[in-house]
Ligand binder design. Structure first.
Ligand code: GRF
Length: 205
């Protein structure tokens, strides 16, 4: 059974999708959920599923202290894979190097477009609509020291429809996210996808 740690900051609908597919029998389990926001609904979702859930505050302390708490909890939970799911903190190279090739993120657009610092939530969908793009979607990528710039694992495409608002587009993208993220984690758990190889390649190894 592959052990997954999920980092979240908010609503946690992607976490829920990961929990639901695990509960339906996929060969992975969500072993720990950590949020940097005490009131994040993601923590309640974890607790309802019987998964250990921790709030770790990033405020009033150094990034290093915050991240060392994250790393300790993830290591204590013996996670094989870390999934960022709406986690709104940037992770330092020091943290990333502790889980080489084993941190995934999901982004609500087709990277490399519409990513980078400040591109999250409705801002992403506003930018997609303003660009006139006919398609959007979501991207799962390996996390490296860049923001939204790590090697792309896979993407799902959705159409942009006439009359879309950021909210209607966000809902369509979210549906795709909820299918794609568990499918990728399941594929890794079943040995059909090896994220660690991509990391080795990008590191020149
Ligand atoms: C998702 O759109 C994800 O792509 C982005 O943040 C959002 C998180 O939503 N990184 P939720 O908390 O999983 O509902």
């Amino acid at each position: 059974m592959m052990r997954v740690g999920v980092l979240a900051s908010g609503y946690g609908s992607n976490l829920q999708a990961l929990l639901d597919v695990a509960a339906a029998g996929a060969p992975y389990e969500v072993a720990v959920v950590i949020a940097n926001v005490a009131t994040a609904p993601a923590l309640d979702r974890a607790r309802r599923a019987g998964v250990p859930a921790y709030f770790v505050d990033h405020r009033g302390r150094t990034r290093r202290a915050f991240e060392s708490d994250l790393a300790r909890l993830l290591s204590e939970a013996r996670v094989d894979l870390v999934c960022l799911a709406g986690f709104l903190r940037i992770l330092s190279p020091r943290f990333v190097s502790q889980f080489p090739g084993r941190i995934l993120n999901i982004h609500p657009a087709l990277l490399p477009a519409f990513g980078g610092p400040g591109m999250y939530g409705d801002r992403v969908h506003e930018a997609v609509l303003a660009s006139g793009a006919r398609q959007s979607g979501c991207t799962i990528h390996l996390v490296d020291e860049s923001v939204d710039g790590g090697p792309i694992v896979t993407q799902a495409v959705v159409p942009v429809l006439e009359g879309d608002t950021p909210a209607t587009l966000a809902a369509r993208v979210a549906e795709a996210e909820h299918r794609l993220y568990p499918a990728v984690v399941r594929a890794i758990a079943e040995g059909r996808l090896l994220p660690v190889l991509s990391a080795a390649v990008s590191a020149g190894g």
